[in-house]
Design a protein around this ligand. Structure first.
Ligand SMILES: Cc1cc2nc3c(=O)[nH]c(=O)nc-3n(C[C@H](O)[C@H](O)[C@H](O)COP(=O)(O)OP(=O)(O)OC[C@H]3O[C@@H](n4cnc5c(N)ncnc54)[C@H](O)[C@@H]3O)c2cc1C
Length: 544
């Protein structure tokens, strides 16, 4: 369904031709607001990239070639660099500065469940660490295995396993291989009259296996749910054998063990097939915008919608700063996670907070739900902004990562972090995290902009998605580490989760015990020891 490398540039996001420089207006506004001149900070040339010096031992390499054939065991520089880390801003900044020292020693591309098993057997025998690799879009350090104690590290790229395996139209269930990317899945399902409705901002490159392994959540989660809620079954290749789960729409056969696979981040096994609940393609869609006066009040309106079972398919509420940034920098609600022209902290008069609502489904449902939601929003003082703003959001909703690259090119730093909390704790979580970020930037003398939006809403609470933009300091990776640590401490203090959908990886791992407790850590450890007794899968990720 898709090419194996996906055409991603090594220094950023997406294909090279999809990039454009930062618009001049945004550039000058940034300089004005942050009081710092933009400067050209291009990535180093490919020749300057530093990779680890080691390579696989000849017998290990030969064994892998014996299993997959020479074309599918790669150790050329381009393949190794493409599989070096994920796509967080700090991942990119390291690469752009020439540091590819976390690259694997080889990349293997199995084409089937049995080949994955055979690869795992070779890696067990030769003591090689295995990093399951989907789209490589992790933003939490989920693709950097600990090397110590291993004879080498391989990236196990699943993107050759990219078939839509079967469609059970009667049950509305499809079976999909793990390497299918978002657009290919959507196209494949469309030919059968179905849609999945999972649209994370990384959709163009992230894979089905990655969605499952990280408990991803997409832009339409209000209507379609998180990815984990769409999974009815999984097939996993573990070092001790094949594990198949999910044989009925619901079951009381003990705890739901699928939950041990969802969010397992490659540490328990390689997901080789996912069975997903799909739904008919929508008959009608309608996207529009609203303005509400303040973020806390507007969040409460979302609470009412969720608790009255009146949610649209998509909701996205920007706080005052994100709204103002969008108004100043161009398109308000395209100020998506990573960047989006976040250039001012001064609320625009009358700007308030922008809300996007989107409806997808049967025509009758779209009309009725839109009318009920509109009534409730108007009663809460919201002002209708019309369809153009919704159309613009739809058009630009996957552009954020490209804008981030443009910002990195001019010496700016832009990164995101996310959490979630119950409604009763959400206001404190919002101010606590925002204040912690502002304080951590102030300590570093960094003039920055902090903005937030809500786009995943539940009857019991919501997620908060923060974007931080500031001029790149001398050591941006260390600087962000301090900001992120302060924000995470604030999350825990305010009763939020360390991650709503980005997963644990290595970045959040130090805080996992604070969230799930020592007993929780021991349970995860015992699962790991059962499924991966030699500990070859993603060492250091999820569990230390
Ligand atoms: C610009 C940008 C925007 C993003 N937007 C969103 C968003 O809106 N919502 C969201 O939820 N996330 C988002 N993310 C995070 C990321 O895209 C998700 O975590 C995604 O699910 C990862 O999928 P992937 O295929 O790229 O996995 P990878 O990055 O390749 O892997 C992620 C983790 O899963 C493991 N893994 C991958 N495939 C398998 C497999 N088949 N079996 C077992 N383990 C496996 C890896 O070892 C790793 O630990 C975004 C990231 C970026 C860079």
């Amino acid at each position: 369904m898709t090419g194996v490398d996906g055409g991603m540039v090594w220094w950023g996001w997406g294909a090279a031709e999809a990039h454009t420089p930062l618009p001049a207006g945004v550039r000058s506004l940034l300089e004005q607001v942050l009081g710092t001149a933009c400067r050209d900070t291009p990535p180093v040339g490919t020749d300057a990239l530093r990779l680890p010096v080691g390579s696989l031992a000849d017998d290990a390499h030969a064994a892998l070639v014996g299993v997959l054939g020479p074309a599918w065991v790669r150790d050329d520089r381009a393949s190794l660099v493409r599989h070096c880390r994920g796509r967080s801003t700090t991942d990119l900044l390291r690469l752009r500065a020439g540091d590819a020292m976390d690259a694997p020693d080889a990349v293997v591309l199995p084409a089937s469940h049995d080949e994955v098993h055979a690869v795992l057997a070779v890696c067990g025998r030769h003591r090689l660490a295995v990093v399951p690799f989907g789209g490589g879009t992790s933003v939490v350090g989920g693709l950097v295995a600990v090397r110590a104690g291993f004879a080498g590290v391989i990236a196990l790229d699943v993107t050759r396993m990219n078939r839509l395996v079967s469609v059970d139209a009667k049950s509305q269930i499809v079976a999909v291989e793990p390497g299918v990317r978002g657009p290919a899945l959507a196209a494949g399902l469309a030919t059968h009259g179905f849609t999945l409705g999972h649209l994370p901002q990384s959709w163009e490159y992230a894979t089905v296996g990655g969605f499952a392994a990280t408990r991803s959540s997409g832009q339409a989660s209000a209507g379609h749910g998180r990815f984990d809620s769409m999974v009815v079954g999984v097939r996993v290749a573990t070092p001790v054998g094949t594990w198949e789960l999910g044989r009925a729409p619901a079951s009381a056969a003990g705890p739901d063990l699928r939950e041990l696979v969802l969010g397992s981040e490659g540490a328990f096994g390689v997901i080789t097939q996912v069975r997903l609940r799909v739904r008919p393609r929508p008959e009608a869609t309608h996207y529009e915008g609203w303005r509400l006066t303040d973020f806390t009040g507007a969040a409460d309106v979302l609470r009412t919608l969720a608790q009255r079972d009146l949610l649209p398919t998509v909701v996205r509420l920007s706080d005052e700063v994100e709204t103002a940034a969008g108004l100043a920098g161009g398109s308000p609600v395209t100020a998506d996670p990573v960047t989006g022209g976040a250039v001012t902290a001064d609320p625009v008069p009358g700007g308030g907070c922008h809300l996007i609502t989107g409806y997808e489904g049967r025509a009758g449902w779209v009309a009725a739900r839109r009318s009920e939601v509109g009534e409730l929003l108007r009663a809460a003082g919201a002002v209708a902004l019309g369809r153009d703003i919704g159309a613009r959001w739809l058009r630009d909703r996957f552009r954020g990562p490209y804008l981030r690259d443009a910002l990195l090119d001019v010496g700016m730093f832009a990164e995101t972090l996310e959490t979630a909390g119950f409604w009763s704790t959400l206001p404190g979580l919002y101010t606590g995290v925002r204040d912690a970020i502002v304080a951590a930037l102030a300590v570093q003398d960094a003039p920055g902009v902090v903005m937030c939006h809500i786009s995943h809403v539940y009857p019991t609470g919501a997620s908060l998605y923060f974007t931080v933009v500031y001029p790149q300091p001398g050591e941006p990776v260390a600087s962000w580490g301090r900001v992120k640590a302060a924000a995470t401490r604030a999350v825990l203090d305010a009763g939020g989760t360390i991650t709503h959908h980005h997963a644990v990886g290595t970045d959040h791992q130090p805080w996992l015990a604070a969230e799930i407790g020592d007993i929780g850590m021991a349970v995860l450890r015992s699962v790991k020891d059962t499924l991966d007794p030699a500990g070859i899968l993603n060492p250091g990720i999820l569990l230390r």
